[in-house]
Design a protein around this ligand. Structure first.
Ligand SMILES: N[C@@H](CCC(=O)N[C@@H](CS)C(=O)NCC(=O)O)C(=O)O
Length: 258
């Protein structure tokens, strides 16, 4: 169920076939099984996950935001199908489900697509309690986990800016922009390494979204900035990363690197 699939674009409707609604776009045709209908929809409060087996995550193996969403689904053992269907392909189905044309996009049913990655993480975390990745009752602990996520997402954002500059023709690259974002990443790595110290988890005494987000950011740095030796600079981060890498969900995700 967790297997990675290439999207069967020929089975999908053409772009523009479905009008967008306020929830982010209709996704009829992208669900394999007959989905829940609005009148049968259960809320988190009234019964937890709905249509769990019909969940579809649209993404790519290089996107760190996708990795974060995928890791949340895997850690919580939520049945889903992972569709590699990046927006770099103009025929990508993502344009029919997310008007922003960005991944990750999580399709719940014919009516509902969830984006972006913090919203996906927050929603998916409500589907079960095993484990709870975002504290629910302790407002400060919850804020700290979301703040870790913001730091990790910020690393991703800056690394993507650098990547986008570096793939431009040399004469068009803006070195000051590259330097600005490389420095932001360096500074943020120093900060998170300091915050982590020699603790086992980023926040509290068990795994949270903070760990999954940070791991996703570091995997992306390894991919796009292999020259950055963050392991030597921050051995505590390296040790934490190695421990995290033994988790089954993380192993599955790491095996999906291109
Ligand atoms: N803040 C968004 C960022 C999503 C995002 O920018 N995704 C990138 C992939 S890394 C994307 O889809 N870019 C469009 C493209 O590649 O054409 C999130 O957290 O989901």
């Amino acid at each position: 169920m967790h297997g990675q699939h290439r999207a069967d674009r020929h089975a999908l409707p053409h772009r523009g076939q479905f009008r967008s609604d306020l929830r982010g776009g209709q996704v009829q045709g992208l669900v394999a099984q007959r989905p829940c209908h609005a009148h049968t929809r259960r809320t988190f409060a009234s019964g937890g996950p709905r249509c769990g087996s019909a969940l579809k995550l649209i993404g790519s193996n290089t996107s760190p935001y996708v990795r974060k969403a995928r890791l949340v689904l895997l850690e919580k053992n939520i049945p889903h199908t992972y569709l590699v269907d990046p927006p770099s392909d103009p025929n990508s189905s993502v344009y029919r489900v997310n008007p922003l044309g960005r991944i990750p996009a999580l399709i719940l049913d014919e009516e509902t697509c969830v984006f972006d990655s913090p919203v996906i993480a927050e929603y998916v975390d409500t589907l079960n309690d095993t484990p709870i990745l975002i504290p629910r009752h302790d407002a400060l602990a919850r804020m700290r986990v979301k703040r870790w996520e913001a730091l990790a997402d910020g690393i991703m954002d800056s690394a993507i800016v650098v990547r986008n500059e570096r793939i431009r023709p040399a004469e068009k690259q803006e070195q000051s922009n590259i330097d600005l974002h490389l420095t932001a990443v360096t500074r943020t790595l120093e900060h998170v390494a300091g915050q982590l110290g020699d603790r086992a988890w980023c926040e509290g005494d068990s795994i949270t979204l903070a760990d999954l987000a940070l791991l996703s950011a570091l995997v992306y740095l390894d991919l796009r900035q292999p020259e950055r030796d963050w392991r030597s600079a921050h051995p505590n981060l390296a040790a934490w990363f190695n421990r995290m890498s033994t988790r089954p969900g993380v192993k599955t995700s790491l095996a999906e690197q291109t």
